[in-house]
Design a protein around this ligand. Structure first.
Ligand SMILES: [Zn+2]
Length: 193
């Protein structure tokens, strides 16, 4: 069942792993207690194309820039899929993330390919859960970098995105998963789980 405006709040609660009845949407944002609630909600909204992008703003005729172009690359319309999967600004980040994970390059054609990446990661269930958190946190950091560019004119490099993703996920994992790993080993992705 898809959500409509009447049960929107219930659906957000479902997506955050609380309770509810929107099974299909819940399946798209699988519950993981290590993921911050605000991140789950943002991802759920992004899957529904309900986060503000230049494309959405152009539909609503309230653009703060002169076009619907992506503020990061200025090459294509900014949609959720563009920002997360094909924006030239961000492609190097996914390559760096794969190197950190010690896996083959990450190929994504749509946003769900990114959010579902952990499902195809071969590792223990706990490690899979960890990858889930990191990928979700990365989407939050990317969104934050996009806001910095639009509202403050600040550019963020792929290396900075990786560093912030590593930091936020590290703090989360240390507190929620009780993983005993040094920062050095974390950034080398060298630990047993
Ligand atoms: Zn772009």
């Amino acid at each position: 069942m898809h959500c409509n405006r009447n049960n929107q709040n219930a659906c957000i609660a479902v997506s955050a792993g609380i309770s509810g009845t929107c099974e299909e949407d819940q399946a798209q944002v699988e519950s993981n207690g290590w993921v911050p609630r605000k991140v789950n909600i943002m991802i759920w909204r992004a899957i529904q194309e309900r986060i503000l992008t230049m494309k959405v703003l152009s539909y609503r005729d309230i653009l703060i820039h002169s076009s619907s172009h992506c503020p990061m690359c200025q090459e294509e319309d900014e949609t959720v899929n563009h920002l997360y999967t094909s924006c030239p600004w961000l492609i190097p980040f996914w390559a760096r993330l794969a190197v950190w994970f010690k896996v083959n390059p990450i190929f994504a054609f749509e946003f769900l390919d990114i959010t579902d990446f952990y499902k195809f990661y071969s590792g223990s269930p706990k490690r899979k859960k960890l990858i889930h958190v990191i990928i979700y946190v990365a989407t939050w950091i990317i969104r934050k970098a996009r806001y910095s560019k639009v509202f403050e004119g600040k550019s963020t490099s792929p290396d900075q995105i990786l560093g912030e993703t590593q930091s936020m996920a590290y703090l989360r994992i240390k507190s929620k998963a009780k993983l005993e790993v040094s920062w050095e080993n974390w950034t080398a992705f060298d630990f047993i789980m």
